[in-house]
Design a protein around this ligand. Structure first.
Ligand SMILES: Nc1ncnc2c1ncn2[C@@H]1O[C@H](COP(=O)(O)OP(=O)(O)OP(=O)(O)O)[C@@H](O)[C@H]1O
Length: 578
C-alpha cells in the first residue's frame, strides 16, 4: 500500500488567504480599497522623489491659489504647494497608523491567545490587565504621552494601539476558547504536541482572517485619531506638514479658499474609507470561504493496490474497500470499515442502517465534507471514473454542486434566513449553473416548477421562514439541481417532515430521476422509505455492510439477522391500525 497525503485543510486555506481570482473579482471592493491604500502609501513614501516643491517653501505672492499646471492642487495660506505638503504630510500620518496597527495586532493576538488557550490563572491575570487597559480614558493618556514625549506621534500611536488591543484580545480569547474545544486541537494534544506548537500551528492560522479584518478597521480609526490630534495642533509641530495640521490650516482660511479644505479633507476621507472597506470586504470574503469549505476533509489515503476503477459500463459510483476514521481524544475511531458497493446510472440507491451505523459519514466523505478530524484511511470511491478519495479541495469545489448535489435532513440549514428564495436560488444558478445573467430568473422559475412548487414568481419573493417544511425541502432540492448533477446525495431528506409531505418528496425524487436520468444516493434509517423508492440498497451496521442487493432481495430473500431485525422493527400500516 502506498501512503498518499493530500493536505487541504480549509481553515488553513482561509487563514493563509489562498483566494481564487474569481472570488476576489466577485467582490472587487476590498481589492479596490487595497489598491487605493497602496497607491497613496507608495506616493507618500516616494514624496522626496515625486513632490515638485519643498513642502516648506513659501511663495507669498501666490497664496491660496487654485489648481494650476504649476501647482496641481493649488497653494495654501503661505503659498506652499498643497500637493507636495500632502505627500510629505502623509509620512507621519501613515507611520503613526503603522505603529498603532502593529502594536494593536501583536498585543491583541498574543494576549488573546495566551488567555484563551492556556486559561486558568494566565487567563485571569490577562483578563485583569485587559480590564485596566479598557478602563483607561484613551484620549487623556494620549495627551499625557504627547506632553511627556515632546509631541511624538509615534509614542502617541503606540499607546493608542496598546489601549485598543484589549478589544482584539477579548475577541481572540473567545475564538481561542472555541478552538480549544475543537477535536483537531484535542487530537494534537493527545499526539503529544506541545502547547506552543499547537498555538502557532493550529490556533494562530485560524485567527489570521479575524486579525486582518480587525487591523484594517482599526487602521481607519488610528488615522482618524491621528488627524484629529494634528488638527488640534498636538502632533507634528508646524511648519512641518501633517494631514491633520493641514486640515486645521485649511479650516482657518475656509472663507477665502474652500478648495484647500476640500482637497486635504478628501485625502484623509478616502484613506479612512479605504481602510474600512478593506476590513469589511475581507470579512465578507472570509465568510464566503468558510461557508464554501467548512468541514473540508483532510485526507490521508492508503491507496489500495491497483487504484483504478473497474466499473462496468453504466456504473456511476463505485466504492471499493473504503474506510473512514476519526481522530478523537481517546485515539483513532474507525467509523466506516472497508465498504464496497456500486451504483448504476439512473438508480435510486439506498444506504440504510440504524443510527450511528456510519451512513452519513459515508455520504459526507464522498462529498469531501468530513469534519476536521475525519480521514479517508483506505480505499477508493469513483464518480464517473474520477477518484473522490484522492481529490484536492480545489477539485472538489469544481464537482460539488455540479456533479454531486446534496439534499440534507435539515433543509433550513441550506437556506439563509436573511435572503429571499429568489435571490438565493439566483445566486446558486449563476454561480454553479453557469447561466447568463438575463436567463437566471427564467432558470430559477423553471427549477421551482421542476420541484412542483406552485406560483414560482411569488415564491421567489418569500423568505425561508414563510414556507412550510415540505416547501423548504423542495426549494433545497431545486437548489441541489441547479448544476444538473449526475448524482444527487439525499441524506434523510424526509426525516424532518410529516408523513404526507414525506410521500410527496419521495414521489418528487422518483420523478426527477425519471425525467433527468439522475442517480440518487439515498441515506436513511427508514426501511419503509427504501421499500417505497429504492432500486437497490446496502444495509450498514457499525460501519460495515452487512447486507446488499435489490430491494426484492433485501425484503423477501435476505436471511441476514440484522436485515430481518430492521424489517421487523419497521412500523407497517397494520401496526398503525392495531
Ligand atoms: N467528528 C466526529 N468525531 C468522532 N466521531 C464522529 C464524528 N462524527 C460522527 N462520528 C461518529 O460516527 C458514527 C457514525 O455517524 P453517522 O452520522 O454516520 O451515523 P448515521 O448512521 O448517519 O446515523 P444518524 O442517522 O444518527 O446520523 C457515530 O457513532 C458518530 O458518533
Amino acid at each position: 500500500m502506498t501512503a498518499v497525503v493530500v493536505p487541504e485543510t480549509s481553515t488553513e486555506a482561509i487563514a493563509t488567504g489562498r483566494l481564487h481570482v474569481s472570488q476576489v473579482l466577485r467582490r472587487p471592493v476590498p481589492l479596490i480599497a487595497l489598491i487605493v491604500i497602496l497607491l497613496i502609501t507608495v506616493a507618500v513614501i516616494l514624496a522626496p522623489l515625486i513632490a515638485p516643491y519643498d513642502p516648506l517653501a513659501q511663495d507669498l505672492d501666490n497664496i491660496l491659489a487654485g489648481p494650476s499646471a504649476a501647482h496641481l492642487l493649488g497653494t495654501d495660506e503661505l503659498g506652499r504647494d498643497i500637493y507636495s505638503r500632502l505627500l510629505y504630510g502623509g509620512q507621519p500620518a501613515l507611520l503613526g497608523v503603522l505603529v498603532a496597527s502593529v502594536v494593536f495586532a501583536v498585543f491583541g493576538l498574543i494576549l488573546g491567545i495566551l488567555a484563551g488557550y492556556l486559561g486558568g490563572w494566565t487567563d485571569r491575570v490577562i483578563g485583569s490587565v485587559l480590564d485596566v487597559l479598557m478602563s483607561l480614558p484613551a484620549i487623556v493618556v494620549i495627551l499625557a504621552v504627547l506632553a511627556i514625549f515632546s509631541q511624538s506621534i509615534v509614542a502617541a500611536m503606540f499607546v493608542l494601539g496598546l489601549l485598543s488591543s484589549a478589544n482584539l484580545a477579548r475577541v481572540t480569547r473567545s475564538m481561542c476558547l472555541a478552538l480549544r474545544e475543537e477535536l483537531f486541537v484535542s487530537a494534537a494534544t493527545v499526539s503529544g504536541i506541545g502547547p506552543v506548537r499547537i498555538m502557532f500551528r493550529h490556533v494562530l492560522p485560524s485567527l489570521i482572517g479575524l486579525m486582518v479584518v480587525q487591523v484594517a478597521l482599526f487602521a481607519g480609526i488610528a488615522l482618524a485619531v491621528q488627524t484629529g490630534l494634528g488638527f488640534l495642533g498636538l502632533a507634528t509641530p508646524p511648519p512641518a506638514p501633517s494631514w491633520g495640521g493641514m486640515v486645521g490650516e485649511a479650516a482657518q482660511t475656509m472663507s477665502q479658499s474652500g478648495f484647500f479644505l476640500f482637497v486635504t479633507g478628501a485625502v484623509i476621507a478616502v484613506m479612512t474609507l479605504a481602510f474600512g472597506l478593506l476590513g469589511d470586504g475581507i470579512r465578507d470574503l472570509n465568510a464566503d470561504l468558510k461557508g464554501r469549505s467548512s468541514g473540508a476533509s483532510k485526507i490521508l489515503l492508503h491507496a489500495a493496490d491497483g487504484g483504478q476503477p473497474v466499473s462496468p459500463e453504466g456504473i456511476v459510483v463505485e466504492v471499493r474497500d473504503y474506510s473512514v476514521a476519526f481522530s478523537t481524544p481517546s485515539g483513532e475511531k474507525k467509523i466506516v470499515d472497508r465498504i464496497s458497493f456500486e451504483v448504476e446510472r439512473g438508480q435510486i440507491f439506498g444506504i440504510v442502517g440504524e443510527s450511528g451505523s456510519g451512513k452519513t459519514v459515508t455520504a459526507l466523505s464522498l462529498l469531501g465534507l468530513l469534519p476536521q478530524n475525519g480521514t479517508v484511511t483506505n480505499g477508493h470511491a469513483w464518480l464517473d471514473g474520477q477518484d473522490l478519495a484522492t481529490m484536492s479541495e480545489k477539485q472538489y469545489e469544481r464537482i460539488r454542486g455540479k456533479e454531486i448535489g446534496l439534499v440534507s435532513q435539515e433543509p433550513m440549514v441550506a437556506l439563509d434566513p436573511l435572503f429571499t428564495i429568489g435571490s438565493q436560488l439566483s445566486e446558486v444558478v449563476s454561480r454553479i449553473g453557469d447561466v447568463p445573467r438575463r436567463e437566471v430568473r427564467a432558470t430559477v422559475v423553471a427549477l421551482l416548477e421542476s420541484v412542483k412548487l406552485p406560483e414560482p414568481e411569488r415564491l421567489m419573493q418569500k423568505y425561508p421562514h414563510e414556507l412550510s417544511g415540505g416547501m423548504v425541502q423542495r426549494v433545497a432540492i431545486a437548489m441541489a439541481l441547479a448544476g444538473s448533477p449526475t448524482l444527487l446525495l439525499a441524506d434523510e431528506p424526509t426525516t424532518a417532515l410529516d408523513v404526507t409531505v414525506q410521500a410527496g418528496i419521495l414521489d418528487l425524487l422518483r420523478e426527477l430521476r425519471d425525467s433527468r436520468g439522475m442517480t440518487v444516493l439515498l441515506v436513511t434509517h427508514d426501511l419503509g422509505v427504501v421499500a417505497e423508492i429504492c432500486d437497490s440498497a446496502i444495509v450498514m451496521s457499525q460501519g460495515r455492510i452487512v447486507d446488499s442487493g435489490s430491494i426484492d432481495h433485501i425484503f423477501y430473500d435476505s436471511d441476514h439477522p440484522y436485515t430481518r431485525a430492521l424489517i421487523a422493527s419497521t412500523p407497517t400500516l397494520e401496526d398503525g391500525a392495531a
